[in-house]
Design a protein around this ligand. Structure first.
Ligand code: ZZB
Length: 259
């Protein structure tokens, strides 16, 4: 899989991370949460970012200036893809539990809402992408369903309601589902919560297909262009501006997908 890695700079750590006193271990580096996405053209609609609350994340030195927060597995992949200063070398500066990262304020590149918060998502897979998922609730049914769950029960999820307060932002139009595919499909398939995994998988498939083949951008630099065209252009633009990078997942290593 060829993902786009999105660099989400830490603006302010959560209280729990602050309490850990990480600074000394970071050597003055700027820290980014790195999210892996297949939909760079939707980045205008980021409203938050997700981590798995029970997953372990590392802070990895990429060079002397920058450090990335992601899973160890992703850091290792990056080390072999020319992303780190030294090939094959994984330099972990610190370890943080996902639940502690929740509440961190980060920058969301290209988003209409440039500052967003990190929220918990139980369904984040540890062996896919970077373990960090940027959230676009207008076009990702999983993101929309999770955001609605969090808003319904903030105490239960140990979040400040403010962190989940940014509403979905329309970024593209499709003839079948209008300007917000995810809320439309969640309603249509009668999805009640993020736990309805089967229907969510179906909604995701439908949203992907319709967006890719029939979507038109309604915001951003490539407004009016097809999603198919914009996808490549937004990606290139993010890479050029230093807020995105190519990140590949080695094929055939996803054991759970084998026949
Ligand atoms: C932003 C985005 C916007 C995404 C959208 C999707 C959609 P796939 O097709 O199954 O490979 N993702 C990335 N890493 C993880 C992870 N570790 N655990 C759970 N989800 C993860 O899915 C790729 C997408 O799954 C990625 O693209 C990411 O969410 C999420 F409008 O990034 B996406 C219809 C989908 N729309």
């Amino acid at each position: 899989q060829e993902y786009t890695g999105i660099k989400m700079r830490v603006v302010e750590w959560s209280d729990l991370v602050k309490a850990e006193d990480l600074e000394a271990q970071l050597g003055g580096r700027t820290v980014y949460l790195v999210a892996a996405t297949l939909r760079p053209e939707t980045m205008y609609g980021q409203t938050n970012c997700f981590v798995g609350p029970s997953l372990k994340y590392g802070v990895f030195a990429i060079n002397d200036q920058e450090a990335f927060v992601c899973t160890h597995r992703a850091a290792r992949n990056m080390a072999f893809q020319g992303i780190t200063a030294e090939k094959g070398e994984v330099k972990q500066l610190a370890e943080i539990e996902g639940s502690k990262i929740v509440g961190t304020k980060i920058n969301a590149p290209f988003s209409i809402n440039p500052e967003v918060y990190v929220l918990p998502m139980e369904s984040v897979l540890p062996d896919k992408g970077t373990g960090v998922v940027t959230s676009v609730p207008s076009d990702s049914p999983d993101d929309y369903a999770t955001l609605m769950d969090l808003r319904k029960k903030p105490e239960y999820y140990h979040i400040d309601p403010k962190w989940a307060s940014i509403d979905p932002v329309p970024v593209l139009y499709t003839p079948s589902y209008g300007e917000m595919s995810a809320p439309f499909l969640v309603k249509k398939l009668k999805i009640q919560s993020a736990k309805d995994a089967k229907q969510l998988a179906e909604a995701k498939e439908l949203a992907y297909k319709e967006g890719f083949y029939s979507g038109t951008m309604t915001v951003g630099e490539f407004k009016g262009e097809s999603v198919q065209e914009a996808k490549v252009k937004v990606r290139e633009s993010m890479i050029k501006q230093g807020v995105g990078m190519a990140y590949a997942e080695p094929e055939g290593l996803i054991i759970s997908r084998s026949a």
